[in-house]
Write a protein that binds this ligand. Sequence first.
Ligand SMILES: Cc1ncc(COP(=O)(O)O)c(C=O)c1O
Length: 444
Amino acid sequence: MGDPDPTNDRTETERLDEEYVFGTWAYQSEVDPTEVTGGEGVRFTDASGNEYIDFSGQLMCTNLGHSAEAVSEAMAEQAEEGAYFAPGFATEARAQLGEKLAEVTPGDLTKTFFSTSGTEAVEAAIKIARMYTGKDKILSRYRSYHGATYGSISATGDPRRLVAEPGVPGMVKAPDPYDYGSTLDPMESLEYIDEMLMLEGDTVAAVLVEPIIGSNGVIVPPEEYLPRLKEIAHDHGALLICDEVMAGFGRTGEWFGSDVFGVQPDVMAMSKGLSGAYAPLGATTVTPEIAEHFEENMFCHGHTYAGHPVSCAAGLAALRTYEEEGLIERSSEVGEYLGDRLAELEEDHPSVGDTRGVGLFRGIELTRDPDDRVPFGTRDDRMSMGSTVLDEVSAAAMDEGTYVANVINTFIVAPPLTITEGEIDEAVAALDGALEVADDAMDR
Ligand SMILES: Cc1ncc(COP(=O)(O)O)c(C=O)c1O
């Protein structure tokens, strides 16, 4: 299927895909996917044989790169031995993965519900918090993405939630610790949450946050933010749920974003790097106290594919690979280098307003006007037709052999944790050229 069609320059796969498959979060008339045929290490290849550095880890999820053989072999073995058994049976990989997660997650987080995506991991976290506390409301923040189903999109703050509104009742939105682009100081925004929780009365089941905000701009809060947020939530009888779907599994140079701040949440939602993107897998892990509650109260949740054996085999092999190859520590070391290289782009390009992040989780935010920090891409653009200047920069980088995703006004740099300094140099060189498009567009 990979042969280019000489009549219109599109491959048969691209043609079929466009005709029969929905593109996600997109006007279908604008969907124009490139056929990809394979990957090796941090690179992937299209049907014409062009190679790209995967500088965003696809959707910030290919943490192990494209050739983690231990993971694909574990999946093949599990598929041969027994591809599927109902969640009511115990399977070795699921049991061992549960144990391993209890070991690597912060503090005494212990018991896990397995699902198949980040959305489902968050959805389960919301239901668990409601069942455990007997309260209804979830407080989340405006600059957040928590998933696509009704519960998780209602908790989401970014504009993708708008089509689902009014959504699930009881979702309260708070401001964010966004130093570069918000009028509120990050720590002031936190005290505002304290005030909100007081005013909501004793009705909030949980505060749900990404410890480091991902697709809404790679926003890292001040060091004291997350510990204080946990204190505030507990003071008001609410749980702290950390959505680690993007920040988890070495992305930040620690196992989890929460670890960067030394915080153990009450509930943690995970996916993406959990299987290194080799299989659809989500996980929601809770404290022993919350687990204990469900001894005598029904755990009223589940899916046919909850704890799918092949996905769990992928997860277990992925966690072993992170450990055996020292990838968490590596992310921290190589991440410093990445941060330095991106800071050079900020110095060299007037359109780069801010670079920020930790480990191999970095954002490059653009501006039309560095003094007033006027963005190129707005939240309204997220839901509009047509490409933004950031899309043009991403396209130019792709022409230079580097794939980098952007959301609203920020490029999200989240490569496989196996990336070398040399590969970072290659990708930064491509971005250096591509950012001239934005420099030239500053007064457009
Ligand atoms: C922080 C966060 N939570 C939840 C999700 C939803 O995960 P999924 O797309 O796997 O359903 C995402 C996806 O990007 C995410 O970044």
